[in-house]
Design a protein around this ligand. Structure first.
Ligand code: SAM
Ligand code: SF4
Length: 358
């Protein structure tokens, strides 16, 4: 299985895959998918915004940046009891992973981080995989999350290095890679992907996939978000992403990262069931669902548990059990051994990120 995983895809190869006639592309991606995954299984995750709004970063797509008037009211760090209540309802609805998101630039040691560690321990004890997305992270902080039982850390590259600086000025693509390097020093799995619809070119999308595929081992989870236009942000009037672009992006990600979970993430609520089914056929095997019908904030809609239960039943898909892929290690060798050899090749450094104070 590992023989098929390559880290040295060229841009020309990626473009040839991406531009393959659509049905042929879907067929090839489906074949890769079936060699590495159970095609009847879907991982369903639930996002919980544990700290909403007032983020100092200027990500041009985000409802939670304090730079834009988006109507998202800032909230304090959520109480653990509330997190457990939401996680428990999610588990009852078939969810296997809970992702705790904080609108922070970076993690700061102290009482708030201690409370997040406690949430990670308690939700893990419920028998759920826990993912955190808390912004930039040092290696020491990554180890503390690992010790608390964290299953995954999300840190998206979002786009190509070149395009990144046109959408975010308060941190760099290299900062993102540094945090990914910190996570890769632990056995916490890595969740990293990006967004389409920001105004980037197809080449930017493929450069992002090239960088993700070069990470050794490749991210165990790769979210593909479609921009949800948020009024008040600089991207409020961006053009719609054609459905075919979404299918091509999913299929290309599946082919170049065959063992990873490819996650059809933000923007799914706007896709018809038929387009979602085509994405699942092309290799998307992970989704977010929510009883509130939004993801982290009301600005980004999500299908409901009920709608997703009906969709999965219609398509003959099962909910994946928690931790069922841990032992497979995604068919990839130990993260830390690989990183030591390859870090310099893709600019991954394991030093503490510079200027992490928010
Ligand atoms: N503050 C943390 C960070 O930036 O890493 C975590 C917050 S959240 C998980 C961040 C991700 O959600 C972004 O990297 C982006 O891919 C996605 N996202 C945020 N706003 C979005 C929007 N309006 N449409 C689509 N995706 C969005
Ligand atoms: Fe939004 Fe995260 Fe950017 Fe903050 S760092 S503005 S929460 S995407």
């Amino acid at each position: 299985m590992t023989a098929e995983i390559r880290h040295d895809w060229s841009l020309a190869e990626l473009k040839a895959i991406h531009d393959t006639p659509l049905l042929e592309l879907v067929f090839q991606a489906a074949a890769v998918h079936r060699r590495h995954h159970d095609p009847r299984e879907m991982q369903v995750s639930k996002l919980i915004s544990i700290k909403t709004g007032a983020c100092p970063e200027d990500c041009a797509y985000c409802a939670q940046s304090s730079r834009y008037s988006t109507g998202v009211a800032p909230e304090r760090l959520m109480e653990k009891e509330k997190v457990l209540e939401i996680a428990s309802a999610a588990k009852d609805a078939g969810v296997s992973r809970v992702c705790l998101g904080a609108a922070w630039r970076s993690v700061r040691d102290g009482e708030q981080f201690d409370r997040v560690l406690d949430m990670v321990r308690s939700v893990t004890d419920m028998g759920l995989e826990v993912c955190c997305t808390l912004g930039m992270l040092t290696e020491t902080q990554a180890r503390r999350l690992e010790d608390a039982g964290l299953y995954a850390y999300n840190h998206n590259l979002d786009s190509s290095a070149e395009f990144y600086e046109t959408i975010i000025t308060t941190r760099t693509h290299a900062d993102r890679l540094r945090t990914i390097g910190s996570v890769r020093q632990t056995n916490v799995t890595l969740c990293s992907g990006g967004i389409i619809g920001l105004g980037e070119s197809v080449e930017d999308r493929l450069k992002m996939l090239k960088t993700l595929a070069a990470i050794q081992p490749q991210p165990e989870s790769v979210p593909i978000n479609i921009l949800s236009r948020v009024p008040g942000t600089p991207m409020a009037d961006n053009a719609d992403v054609p459905d075919w672009d979404v299918v091509r992006m999913i299929a290309t990600a599946r082919i170049v990262m065959p063992a990873s979970d490819v996650r059809l993430t933000a923007g799914r609520a706007k896709l018809s069931p038929a387009v979602q089914a085509l994405c699942f056929l092309a290799g998307a095997n992970s989704i977010f669902s929510s009883e509130t019908e939004f993801m982290l904030t009301k600005a980004v809609p999500s299908p409901s548990y009920k709608a997703d239960q009906a969709l999965l039943a219609e398509l003959g898909l099962r909910f994946r059990e928690p931790f069922s892929r841990r032992d497979e290690a995604c068919g990839q060798p130990d993260a830390r051994e690989c990183l030591a050899v390859e870090a310099s090749d893709i600019g991954l450094a394991t030093a503490e990120p510079a200027g992490v104070a928010s």
